[in-house]
Design a protein around this ligand. Sequence first.
Ligand SMILES: C[S@@+](CC[C@H](N)C(=O)[O-])C[C@H]1O[C@@H](n2cnc3c(N)ncnc32)[C@H](O)[C@@H]1O
Length: 430
Amino acid sequence: MLVISGKNWTLSLAELAAYFQAKNVKFKINVYSKVFFVITIDEPSAIDIAGLGGTIKIGEITAKLPTQTMKEAFLEDNKQAQAEIRDALSPRKLTNQMFEKTSVGKAVFGVSVYWSDPVFRPVARRVQRFVGSAVKKELTAEGKRANFMGFAKDRRSPQLSHVEVLKKNMVKNRAEVLFCVGREETFVAVTVAVHDPFEFQKRDVGKPSQRKIFAIPPRLARIMVNLASCTEGKVFLDPFCGVGSILQEALLAKAKVIGVDVNRWCVEATMRNLKWLKDEYSLENAESRVLQGDVRKLSEKIGREQVDCIATEPDLGPALRQVPTTSYATRLTERLEPLYHVLLEEAYKVLRRGGRLVVVSPYVKTRSGQPVTMRIGDKAVAVGFKRVYPFQKRIFVGDPVGFAELTAIASLVDVEKKHIIGREIHILQK
Ligand SMILES: C[S@@+](CC[C@H](N)C(=O)[O-])C[C@H]1O[C@@H](n2cnc3c(N)ncnc32)[C@H](O)[C@@H]1O
């Protein structure tokens, strides 16, 4: 199975690993890069793209070829290698299921090219046309009329967006070819599922009560819910629930959710939002409770060992207009530390054994270029938590390049270029 990752590939890969582990699905990561992954799973039906925040497209692999041949064919213009690629591409495997159920009058198919080595960037468009014309020829031979979807010249990469794939009905028609050039192998696949941004957007801006500056984007909320191993029937808690963005995703994952916030308005807003979500997604029987309370008294409010998983974003500090100095940023994070320490202590009390806490802490850019972060790991261990490293050796096949660095990652960082404060995501287990 081929996966096209979201913008933050480490988050996307960590989410997938946690998603399969939580569902007890055996899986292996065969290949990974900043743009796509190749994974093997026991039960392909166990993956539902609507339940993943960090996956953009999923493809079924139809052919593989050595990337060395790609280099010879497109970087050295070797005609023999080009002919080999045409054969290895097996266009029939791609076309024989395309447009099965449609009248093909206005049908379109597309080719998206992804690469992990930037040497392929200058030839990516040529590769796309090459693959497109092989597919078109095969479609014509099969008597199927379909147009190859072209791109405007100024588009940066020859890749269809998920919105285009959805709008042109390309999943149902199996009409998008993914051509992914990896470091050693190149994979050809057909898109079988695509991320639906409109659904996530609806939960973001369609809910009745909103609070823009504090709210976490639904895709990141979903990733956190998955990192927390939240699955059907589990009891899920967000003790800093705000307007309930993380709870919404946990409810969609079929958990029983509990939200707590110190602010009365937030409690009411979360109630309204969860009611809206239940109506919108026909979740009439979903269980939810929202309580007003301070995290300092969390275990008194919820009871000990009552919760299976927690994902939460406490205070990340004030919005900053300009990039601070290291000492200012340090003062900001130190001021927040006591709240995080209380959270760790109280979360440990309310979690059942083996339960996970996924918590966001601030990642503050500074003028020195070195970010200031909060070292909550030491406190977490002192409280009794184990740190969960998102990438464990056993999930990889062999010893891929860069793999040692990946398995050493203890927390995941999500920071946008335009923002001064980003998020550091920690996974802890009782
Ligand atoms: C960053 S916001 C959470 C936003 C939330 N994830 C959302 O998407 O709406 C932090 C929330 O923690 C709440 N809060 C702050 N201090 C608290 C405390 N001591 N106990 C419980 N809630 C607290 C605030 O009212 C605020 O709604």
